[in-house]
Design a protein around this ligand. Structure first.
Ligand SMILES: Nc1ncnc2c1ncn2[C@@H]1O[C@H](COP(=O)(O)OP(=O)(O)OP(=O)(O)O)[C@@H](O)[C@H]1O
Length: 766
């Protein structure tokens, strides 16, 4: 029976995976097509100026050099691996890529010291798989003669550079960024067919407030929040947020006198007034294209900004961003998880309604998608055009209409009202949002509504929420929580994400479980998790806050990643705030040690911590401070050194004198057999755990490689989702209490305190 189940699971699961892989491949095909098109346009525009030629030549040289180095380092291996080229080859293609960028690492494969994880060497297995990957990928990308586009390769593994303060010779942030950006790829496209719908692509209507408000509006550039998600449009919709923003606070209009009073009390009325927004004039004057605002990123989600800010920013981006960024309207593949027909309907409905009101700004097309870049990357696109040929094509004056004309609409016009939902209960209250269980009165469907907290908003709509909405509306995958639409509060002062309802989050679930998950259950969960993370990484997004409370589970055994408030496209320059991303217990050592660059590996470390927690029901490293966290890691895994982690000794945090723990004691925590109740883990399971918890981020296993790990193929096989245990749904107080009592991050605690007492307010949903 069990075997049968497993067999069934494997069929289903691997079919899922196969379809996911296929989707990824389709996305790859798209990317390549776009890339080729961009290159074609490069050629067409070759006469634009010498500077482009010089730049191209430089780039070509750098690429050649890069390729040669890689070949030399890999004994002639030329990786044709591409990010989307996933799954079935059994390859460690991503690892291969990483290694190929850092040849030294593979040379050190044989060096082992006490404390070194057995898997940290980069492994022969990986090298072997490189050639497999090479073979399989070469054949898929035959036109490239087995050589991956340098752009693709660079893009995938270009680390985020966030420290821009070290360039003393350049006293303007703009210059600094320009310099940095030269090493970075153009911002990656969101997934094909999964991008946040633009004006013409359904789901979200981007406002062109200036157009709406006429020339007298001083708002230079603004754009919409999610609106018009398809169910209703026009007259049925509430007044647009744009109008709301465009006029001074009006209690009647906002309905919520409490909010209005608060704002008045705090003298923040002007911030709600777009005509006096910081983008309009004076110190809040519109930022010129190319200007950088050196906003320092603040702790998780504390950063807020007016919607107009980010939207205005995006418009500025848009003029020079890469073609990929702007092009929403693509045919072809669906999301890896398959887009629901409902979503398609939504898109088509909005599309069909988007042909009127065309403002003539093909530039508008890109705005919503790019929200996650927000202020810190104001002119990333502009700068990229100075440094990347791919970006040249979308420079002003060379618009490439790709979809039907777009109309300008009020930002939230078309969104349904939250009153169309019946509130059932409060599920949880996160740091920056309250989550309710609710029922759609029309359809009877039970959903989760995450309310964006606006109570303390001084500058407008929280950027982190914009980012989250943007990403979640864009991405569709079985392992990523689905945001169906955005609705507005009855007083128009609040915005809710309508998500599929999930009965549990893994943190709360484990706290209520008597026994930890079995190995086969952990495998089932890890497979789903890895699929989701692979999908994110394939689409250039780092989650940056993976932890068990951000993993939802329903009673169908499905796991879904939520909380994308910290998620970010990578390959873009970021602000220095590294040590404040990722909840402490799940934070990678490079972040804890102040590394100046990070990439997908930070999420993989979190997955290692999660895997261990799923097996043992206890957090693996539950530090109280950053130092304590590192100490706990080092005690368990051994203190790293330059041999196992080249570059380690140069990390800023290494100035601190850590006790040198000689040995890796992880196996003691997860023995192959146990009579003491410790969670058991097979050799191959332990190998995977080791690879996830590898110190050197360059050698840490990728999601793709992890998915192909032997552990998932050995007995006990992954349990079928259908046979995963079910649990009674958790009530609000369970989840809330757990969060307040167990939250390990002092910053999070502080934020929680700040928010206490600030909840509630008018309307059905508080
Ligand atoms: N779709 C959903 N279905 C059911 N519960 C959900 C859903 N989304 C979120 N939750 C619950 O709400 C909690 C908080 O959600 P989320 O993490 O998105 O909010 P947040 O404000 O970003 O929280 P945090 O303080 O962790 O950053 C989750 O841990 C989960 O328990």
């Amino acid at each position: 029976m069990a075997a049968g189940r497993h067999g069934g699971y494997r069929d289903n699961e691997f079919r899922d995976r196969e379809s996911s892989v296929n989707a990824s491949r389709r996305e790859l095909a798209y990317s390549k097509e776009e890339y080729e098109r961009a290159r074609g346009r490069d050629n067409r525009n070759a006469g634009r100026g010498r500077i482009h030629d010089v730049r191209d030549r430089d780039r070509a040289r750098v690429r050649q050099k890069d390729i040669k180095e890689r070949e030399a380092a890999n004994g002639g291996y030329r990786s044709s691996s591409s990010r989307s080229d996933s799954g079935t080859s059994g390859g460690n293609g991503s690892d291969a890529n990483r290694r190929s960028r850092q040849p030294v690492i593979s040379v050190r494969a044989v060096d082992k010291e006490p404390g070194e994880l057995s898997s940290e060497s980069g492994s022969e297995e990986a090298i072997e798989s490189e050639s497999q990957v090479k073979d399989s990928k070469v054949s898929r990308t035959g036109a490239e003669s087995g050589m991956q586009s340098p752009v693709e390769k660079k893009r995938k593994f270009s680390p985020i550079v966030w420290d821009r303060d070290d360039d003393g010779s350049l006293n303007s942030s703009k210059k600094r960024t320009l310099v940095r950006v030269t090493t970075l790829p153009p911002p990656p496209p969101l997934p094909k067919n999964k991008q946040v719908p633009s004006n013409n692509d359904g789901g979200v209507q981007v406002s062109s407030i200036r157009d709406e408000q006429g020339p007298q509006s001083p708002l230079p550039d603004s754009e919409g929040v999610p609106a018009d998600l398809g169910d209703k449009t026009g007259s049925e919709s509430p007044a647009g947020l744009s109008s709301m923003l465009a006029s001074p606070i009006d209690k009647d209009r906002w309905g919520n006198s409490q909010d209005a009073e608060q704002l008045e009390d705090e003298d923040y009325v002007p911030t709600r007034n777009i005509s006096s927004s910081r983008w309009a004039s004076g110190d809040g004057s519109p930022v010129d294209e190319g200007e950088i605002i050196e906003d320092e990123e603040v702790p998780k989600r504390a950063k807020r900004g007016s919607l107009a800010d980010s939207l205005g920013t995006k418009r500025r981006h848009r003029k020079s961003v890469t073609p990929e960024l702007g092009e929403f309207k693509r045919d072809g593949s669906r999301g890896a998880g398959g887009r629901s027909s409902e979503s398609d309907d939504r898109v088509s409905r909005v599309r069909s309604s988007s042909d009127d009101h065309y403002s003539g700004h093909d530039s508008d097309r890109n705005e919503y998608m790019d929200l996650d870049e927000d202020r810190e990357n104001k002119v990333m696109g502009a700068n990229l055009t100075d440094t990347e040929s791919e970006g040249d094509d979308d420079s002003p004056g060379t618009p490439e209409p790709i979809g039907p004309p777009q109309r300008s609409v009020n930002m939230l016009q078309g969104c349904r009202s939250v009153d169309e939902f019946e509130r059932l209960n409060k599920i949880d209250e996160g740091t920056y949002g309250v989550v309710y269980r609710a029922r759609d009165k029309k359809t009877g469907e039970v959903v989760a509504l995450k309310k964006v907290k606006m109570e303390k908003e001084r500058e407008g709509f929280p950027l982190t929420s914009l980012r989250e909405i943007n990403i979640l509306l864009s991405f569709h995958h079985p392992s990523i929580v689905d945001v169906k639409e955005v609705v507005v509060g009855s007083n128009l002062d609040s915005i809710f994400m309508v998500m599929e309802y999930m009965e549990h989050d893994l943190k709360g679930l484990m706290e209520n479980m008597k026994q930890p998950f079995s190995q086969s259950e952990v495998k089932c969960l890890m497979l789903q998790l890895l699929e989701g993370v692979k999908y994110l990484h394939d689409n250039w997004v780092l989650h940056r806050d993976l932890k068990t409370s951000n993993l939802l589970m329903n009673n169908r055994g499905e796991l879904k990643i939520c909380d994308f408030g910290l998620a970010r496209q990578y390959g873009s320059p970021l602000k220095p705030y590294t040590h404040l991303v990722v909840t402490l217990w799940y934070r990678a050592p490079e972040l804890l040690l102040g590394a100046k660059q990070y990439s997908t590996a930070i999420d993989m470390w979190s997955l290692g911590c999660i895997m261990a927690e799923l097996l043992s029901k206890e957090p693996l490293f539950n530090g109280k401070t950053e130092f304590d966290q590192l100490d706990k890691i080092f005690r368990t895994l051994g203190t790293p050194n330059e041999t196992i982690w080249p570059g380690f000794s140069k990390l800023p945090g290494v100035k601190v004198n850590f006790v040198k723990h000689q040995y890796n004691l992880l196996r003691k925590k997860f023995p192959p057999t146990s009579f003491t109740g410790s969670p058991v883990l097979s050799d191959s399971g332990f190998d995977l755990l080791n690879k996830l918890l590898t110190y050197d981020p360059e050698k840490r296993i990728t999601a793709e490689a992890a998915l192909n790990h032997e552990w998932f193929r050995e007995v006990p096989l992954p349990k079928s989702k259908d046979f995963m245990p079910t649990f009674p749904a958790q009530h609000a107080q369970d989840r809330r209490m757990r969060r307040v009592m167990k939250s390990p991050d002092p910053l999070e605690e502080q934020r929680k305190k700040e928010l206490q007492g600030d909840l509630g307010g008018g309307g059905l949903f508080g």
